[in-house]
Design a binder for this molecule. Sequence first.
Ligand SMILES: NC(=O)c1ccc[n+]([C@@H]2O[C@H](COP(=O)([O-])OP(=O)(O)OC[C@H]3O[C@@H](n4cnc5c(N)ncnc54)[C@H](OP(=O)(O)O)[C@@H]3O)[C@@H](O)[C@H]2O)c1
Length: 218
Amino acid sequence: MRIGVLGTGTVGRTLASALLSGGHEVRLGSRTTGNEAAVAWAASIGGPASEGTFADAAGFGEIVINATAGTASLDALALAGAELLAGKLLIDVANPLASSNDMPPTLTVCNDDSLGEQIQRAFPEVRVVKTLNTVTAALMVQPTLVDGAHAMFVAGNDAQAKSDVGELLQEFGWPASSIMDLGDITAARGMEMYVALRLRLWQTAGTDVLNVEVRAGG
Ligand SMILES: NC(=O)c1ccc[n+]([C@@H]2O[C@H](COP(=O)([O-])OP(=O)(O)OC[C@H]3O[C@@H](n4cnc5c(N)ncnc54)[C@H](OP(=O)(O)O)[C@@H]3O)[C@@H](O)[C@H]2O)c1
């Protein structure tokens, strides 16, 4: 399958590499074509890995992943283009952190709304599924980094889209029994607010953070 990944940070590149390992074709999207991190990533892999603008990646993907900074996700998706995204499954893994440096963190939206909902409202023809935002990038694509059963949440308004995301999650190694459907996209509120607890655990648990965050999260 062709998958467009919007976001050249750790999360975008981690997901893109895992998808390639699973046999998918991937294009990494950025504000500009020739983004240094994206070019280096594509060059290190070759073959079915490519890079371009957000619009290039959105047009390329049958599925599109939003792995951009939460404060910039609506802008990044606007650059990708509503027409190119229309009808597609959009996997939203972003957290609406006001700044990646604030500790304790603050969110730009929470409580009675969420980034996932903002995206779904701004792009009504896109089938948004929120998932993976509750764990560290490495764990997103390798749940066995932590022993034992632990949960991965999905939320969205479209049942088929959530089912398709479940298949991708299983490709990453999440057992079907670990995937918990929390219902419609309003469940993104709790999933996003969880980042405050996760970052506090990261602050206090040090190198054991993977174990602690997963036990707490699932
Ligand atoms: N790090 C983790 O372990 C983790 C875990 C769970 C969820 N998340 C969430 O995943 C997302 C990605 O995190 P990350 O650490 O990989 O990367 P990040 O630094 O949060 O985001 C990088 C991406 O955001 C884009 N961006 C930044 N400012 C922009 C703007 N003004 N307009 C348009 N695009 C802009 C960048 O575009 P360019 O490519 O053009 O620079 C880049 O592609 C975030 O929402 C984060 O909260 C992260």
